[in-house]
Each structure stands twice: as structure tokens, then as C-alpha cells.
Design a binder for this molecule. Structure first.
Ligand SMILES: [Zn+2]
Length: 413
């Protein structure tokens, strides 16, 4: 499919020694490969250099942050260090923004290839080729549906020096060369229309070049926001700006009356009707003593603004709505998970059932009554980002597997 001559590289470095223990390289067309050991490292590095002679690009999973610095430290005169590089780890959240992630990649944890467990660099170098082939196919399919997204990514990911590999790659995928800034600003204007605050969006479009990969990842997540997608934890940690951009674009209401996003996504009544139905309204009673407004509305608005709120309401006056509406709204805006801690197991089941009946799937409960498979299924859906509200019994927070899964997610409230 894609005509690019490349060599895929993978290294294994000793944790304590910091030296290259194993390395492997394989030609993109499978015509030649090498593996070390056997032999000595200097000879293996020479052989790797010869393998890469004549190819246009280097490929690898985490190549830019890991393998290339290691190679440079071991032998700074390697010719291959002058070649453009393509990193499949970096491309993955763009090529596969939606769950399930690529089957060969432990994307959600550290982004490593599944083969890594066996410490076999030749296998990993081949897996990286497979992942790259699938990424090309996925991005070509996305090009048909959302050429604005691909155009913007092409430009954002090729801001720095030494990104000739990616420029060539996106040129092949899109069938067009690196776009001009004016084309990118027009594409961004279309992409952000109705999916972000108009005021913040206009500002970010003007400064787009500052954000490079972070904005590319933010746009990837936004293209599938609303469930079944989570920004991988390694992206959140390595590119914290991506999360900040999403919050700036979608989570802070402006005051402009003409901003479609903010007036819709940050308005409590609009959100109530969106999630519960057109005919719904806040209950007129009980009333907030300070403002005279319905207490439900006052609580929902405070929670939607991200304020700490303590609401005390009598039984049967609609308490659960007070946290459900802000949690669902936040989930769509930023993908963040809201955790509801409740000791009442029967109440949890009722809430999940009630939301399901409204067609809201992004809600689940973990308590002591679940069978092992049911529990594993809920934890998997939380981890993959399908769940926006998790109801949980307090003692479950002692459980290590629960805490590990929660650590994978951004917690909204
Ligand atoms: Zn706005």
C-alpha cells in the first residue's frame, strides 16, 4: 500500500547497566533483518547502519523518546541518526482515537507493544511494521471522512526540525503536500465550530503552531468525544497541554451570547432536557433560600461550574439528578469520570437501571454483589473510557484493581 522504504528498529536496554542488551532491525519489505546477540554490540551497530543505508526513514515504537537517544549514546557517528524518523507510538492516538485500541498495543497503559513482555526486539520491530501498516490504512480511511482533521494533523506534527518522515507520511496519506497556515486555520475553524467555545477556539486557531502534538491529540479525542474513547494516560502525562487545551476549549464557559457551545453545554436546563427529555424541568420545590431559585437548579449549576457543593434535600426530591446532570455533561465535555460514593447497594442498581432506561449507557456500579466476570467487565469499561459515572461502595476503594483502573482515568468529580 504505502511506498516508503524504511527500517524498523527496536532495542532492549538493561535497567541497571543502561547498555543496549539486544537490538534488531528489519526492512519494511521484509527483505533483510538483523538481530543482536549473537556477536558484539559495535559490530551489531555497524550492521544496523548498513541495513539502514539506502532506506528513506527509520520506524519504531517509541523510537523518538527511547531508541534513538540510546543509539546516539552508544555510537554518536551512526549514519542512520541523520535519517528522518516515524514513531508509531506517537501516531497511534491519531490513527485509533476510538476504542478498542489497536490489538497489538497496550495503548491505555504505557503505549508499549504487546510483544515487549517477551523481550524480543526482532518480534517488536516486526510488530511495529504491522502497527504502521494498520495506522496507514486507518488514517487513509479517516482522510475520506474528515480531510480537515488530517490536514491539521499534517501541519501540527511537522512543526519541528527533523520531521521529514512524518511530512512524507502525511503527504502520502492525504495525497497532498504540507498545507499552508491559512488552510490550517480554515480547517480548524470548521473543526471547532460547534465542538468548542467560539472565543477560546478563535484564540487557539491564531496560536495553533504553539501547540503542535498536544493540539493534534486534543482534536483526535474531540473527534470521538462522548463515550467509547479515553485519552491514553501516557498522552496525558507526556503531553499535559492536550488535556489543558480540551479543558480550555470545552470546559470553561465564556459570556458571549452567540457562543453556541457554551450556551448549550454549560446551561443547566438545556443539559437537563438533553439527558432526561424535552419535557423535563427542575422541581420548583424545595427552593434555595438565598436565591429563591429551585434548589436542584442551584446545585446543578454549582456542580457544572466545578464548585464544591453540599446539597441537603429530603427523600424523594430528586437528589440523584443533582450529580447526574453535571457528571454526564462533564463526561461529554472533557471525558472525565465522576465517582459517586454510596453505601446503598440497592440505590446504586436503581440509578444505573434508571439511566439505562433513558438510553444513557455511560453509567455503571461496583459493589460486593457483582460476580467476578461482571466486575471485570465494569472495570474494563471504566478503563476504556466508556463510563462517565461510576457508583461505588466505599469499601471498594480499598481494592487494588479498582484503584489501578481509577488511576487510568481523569477524575472530574
Ligand atoms: Zn464560549
Amino acid at each position: 500500500m504505502m511506498v516508503m522504504s524504511l527500517v524498523s528498529i527496536d532495542l532492549e536496554v538493561g535497567c541497571e547497566s543502561g547498555r543496549i542488551h539486544r537490538l534488531a532491525g528489519v526492512h519494511g519489505d521484509g527483505s533483510a533483518s538483523l538481530a543482536f546477540p549473537p556477536g558484539k554490540l559495535p559490530g551489531a551497530l555497524d550492521a544496523l547502519d548498513r541495513l539502514a543505508d539506502g532506506v528513506a526513514f527509520l520506524l519504531g515504537h517509541n523510537l523518538i523518546a527511547f531508541d534513538l537517544p540510546q543509539l546516539r549514546a552508544a555510537q554518536p557517528n551512526l549514519r542512520l541518526l541523520g535519517k528522518p524518523a516515524i514513531d508509531t507510538l506517537r501516531l497511534n492516538p491519531l490513527a485509533f482515537p476510538r476504542n478498542p485500541y489497536h490489538h497489538l498495543v497496550k495503548h491505555y497503559q504505557d503505549g508499549a507493544l504487546l510483544g515487549n513482555r517477551r523481550n524480543d526486539p526482532l518480534l517488536d520491530a516486526k510488530l511495529a511494521l504491522q502497527v504502521f501498516t494498520d495506522q496507514c490504512a486507518s488514517l487513509k480511511a479517516m482522510q475520506e471522512v474528515s480531510p480537515d482533521l488530517l490536514l491539521t494533523w499534517h501541519w501540527l506534527t511537522t512543526q519541528d526540525h527533523g520531521t521529514g518522515g512524518l511530512d512524507h507520511f502525511f503527504t502520502e496519506v492525504r495525497g497532498a503536500g504540507r498545507p499552508y497556515a491559512s488552510q490550517v486555520r480554515a480547517a480548524l475553524t470548521r473543526l471547532l465550530d460547534n465542538t468548542a467555545c467560539a472565543e477560546v477556539g478563535a484564540d487557539i486557531i491564531l496560536k495553533a503552531e504553539q501547540f503542535s502534538w498536544a493540539l493534534a491529540y486534543a482534536l483526535a479525542w474531540m473527534s470521538v468525544a462522548g463515550g467509547n474513547s479515553v485519552m491514553p494516560p501516557w498522552v496525558r502525562h507526556q503531553f499535559p497541554e492536550a488535556g489543558r487545551l480540551i479543558r480550555a476549549l470545552r470546559d470553561r464557559p465564556c459570556s458571549s451570547p452567540g457562543c453556541v457551545w457554551c450556551r448549550r453545554e454549560h446551561d443547566a436546563l438545556t443539559q437537563l432536557k438533553l439527558w432526561y427529555g424535552r419535557d423535563y424541568d427542575f422541581r420548583p420545590e424545595p427552593v434555595d433560600a438565598a436565591s429563591g431559585l429551585p434548589l436542584q437548579r442551584v446545585i446543578v449549576e454549582a456542580a457544572m461550574r466545578g464548585e464544591h457543593a453540599l446539597g441537603i434535600l429530603p427523600t424523594g426530591t430528586g437528589k440523584s439528578l443533582c450529580y447526574q446532570v453535571p457528571a454526564l455533561s462533564r463526561f461529554v465535555r472533557t471525558g472525565a469520570l465522576s465517582i459517586v460514593i454510596s453505601p446503598l447497594v440497592a440505590l446504586m442498581e436503581d440509578q444505573v437501571k434508571g439511566l439505562r432506561e433513558r438510553g444513557i449507557e455511560g453509567c455503571a456500579a461496583i459493589n460486593g454483589l457483582l460476580s467476578m466476570p461482571e466486575r471485570a467487565d465494569v472495570l474494563e469499561r471504566v478503563r476504556l473510557g466508556d463510563i462517565g459515572i461510576l457508583l461505588i461502595a466505599p469499601e471498594q476503594l480499598r481494592n487494588k484493581s479498582v484503584r489501578k483502573v481509577l488511576a487510568q482515568r481523569e477524575i472530574g468529580a
